[in-house]
Design a binder for this molecule. Structure first.
Ligand code: P53
Length: 476
């Protein structure tokens, strides 16, 4: 193989709640993203008890894609996108989550959106649950700690598979399902699973329980999707931050291996349909008595995914310490800074080689087709007097990652389906709720406080990415 496949899926990625806005339009319900305020680097987003007067909720308007998607998709088409990854906001289809019948206005919106993509030959790639669970399922059911959510999710999945089966071939179930391995902070448990913890609650088993229900729901959705239309390709979505040992000391190596176990077992369940033994042994050692039934185990084996979608932004590093003799991984404490790489303004370690390593790691473990569905550089962009953003740093970041991705394909033989850089148009940051953490090829005139015209303009990287796609990754 001399380069990327002829039908390589070049495109861009976003998520409904981060760009659509229109948070009350067309009968949409309140999602978990609608109750998160704007934060900043080092200032966590506040999760409020419902929508409160006087707070800044950046996702309510976002970049108003809900009303402007035609203009935006036209720009994606101009760059030559072969695909466009977005999510379906669950709350547009089931505003509260527990209804029996879907909301037609929400279904119609995505029909129109997908038609607009297909008009330009852009294939929609759809995530079912991307940090936008109906908030009602949090207040009434406790989020994914409740088994009932399996039925609600599967109902939602069946409705959209049925409706869009002839428009959408590529699907993913839960975005970055493994982010919640970081269960000591409030962000991931809430955005992944709608979990709020009582003070002093033992968080870890709750996270494992919620993740188990999601994995069962994912498997049941995969099975249902195949029954609806066997040509659908349904994948999982994993946040890949490979965890390196800080040194070659054997204990550091073992610590890194354990850390990888604890962050990536989710992939084992999605791909192999069963729990890895190391995790079952860990549950036993910790005395976690989880609700995992025989029916659940059967369901897991029947809903293995077709491909692995993953995000890659950065690598992590860890080391063994004397106060942790079992070498257990706690993401809020176990990470150390890697002295060999640079960091972004938000402290994310920039490591293009880590992408090649990650592709090989997934391929060696699972031998399933891989799809890089997020990668990118969140940076502060400054418009020059002529309005241009000279984002050479973004071009450098992406080009370096694409070079490593190419080595993984050409030299290492990894089966790679496509590449969709994150936030192809500027949007609201998930982690911080900021607008100024920008990823796009397209600049959106809006600031952290919500001021701006929302006008779109091309950055320097726009023409660069257009040429990357036109040359199938040869001209970087
Ligand atoms: P933001 C953490 C680590 C890796 C990926 O992130 C992450 C997160 C959560 O912040 O999220 C993914 O916007 C996610 C997107 C998100 C993107 O990465 O915090 O799938 O929704 O926007 C970038 O800079």
């Amino acid at each position: 193989m001399s380069g990327f496949k002829a039908d390589f899926l070049w495109g861009g990625a976003v998520a409904a709640h981060q760009l659509e806005g229109g948070w009350k339009e067309g009968g949409k319900g309140v999602s978990v993203a609608d109750v998160m305020t704007a934060g900043a680097h080092g200032v966590p987003r506040e999760i409020t008890n419902g929508v409160l007067e006087g707070k800044n909720y950046p996702n309510h308007e976002a970049i108003d894609f809900y009303h402007r998607y035609k203009e935006d998709i036209k720009l994606f088409a101009e760059m030559g996108f072969k695909c466009f990854r977005t999510s379906i906001a669950w709350t547009r289809i089931f505003p509260k989550g527990d209804e029996l019948e879907p909301n037609e206005a929400g279904l119609k919106f995505y029909d129109d959106l997908f038609d607009e993509c297909l008009k330009y030959g852009i294939e929609p790639v759809i995530t079912l649950s991307h940090f936008e669970l109906p908030f009602h399922l949090v207040t009434e059911y406790g989020g994914w700690r409740n088994r009932k959510l399996i039925d609600f999710f599967v109902r939602f999945a069946k409705v959209v598979f049925q409706r869009y089966q002839h428009k959408v071939k590529y699907w993913m179930t839960f975005n970055e399902i493994n982010n919640q391995a970081n269960f000591h902070e409030d962000f991931a448990p809430f955005t992944n699973s709608g979990l709020k913890y009582a003070p002093g609650e033992d968080r870890e088993p709750v996270m494992f329980q919620a993740a188990h229900y999601e994995l069962v729901a994912s498997a049941l959705a995969v099975k249902a999707g195949r029954e609806i239309n066997p040509s659908l390709q349904i994948g999982c979505m994993i946040a890949m931050c490979p965890i390196y040992p800080l040194t070659c000391a054997p204990d550091d190596m073992m610590m890194a291996m354990n850390a990888m176990h604890r962050r990536y077992w989710f992939t084992d369940v999605h791909v192999r349909g069963k729990y890895p033994q190391h995790l079952l042994n860990y549950f036993e050692r910790r005395g976690f008595a989880l609700d995992i039934t025989e029916e659940d185990k059967a369901a897991l084996t029947q809903g293995c995914v077709d491909y692995i979608g993953f995000s890659y932004y950065m690598s992590f590093a860890t080391k063994a310490t004397a106060d942790n003799p079992q070498l257990d991984y706690d993401e809020s404490k176990s990470l150390v800074s890697n002295p060999y790489v640079q960091k972004s303004d938000w402290g994310w370690q920039i490591d293009p080689v880590g992408l090649r390593y990650s592709l090989n790691w997934f391929w060696d473990h699972y031998q399933l087709p891989l799809f890089i569905v997020e990668n990118g550089f969140g940076a502060i962009d400054v418009q020059e007097s002529d309005g241009m953003v000279n984002d050479q740093y973004r071009i450098d970041y992406l080009a370096a990652h694409i070079r490593e991705m190419k080595k993984a394909v050409v030299e290492d033989g990894v089966d790679l389906m496509g590449y969709t850089p994150w936030g192809c148009i500027d949007l609201v940051s998930a982690g911080t709720g900021e607008m100024k953490k920008r990823y796009g090829f397209i600049f959106v005139d809006k600031d952290n406080e919500g001021n701006g015209t929302l006008n779109r303009s091309k950055k320097k990287s726009f023409d660069w990415y257009k040429q990357v796609i036109a040359s199938n990754g040869e001209q970087l």
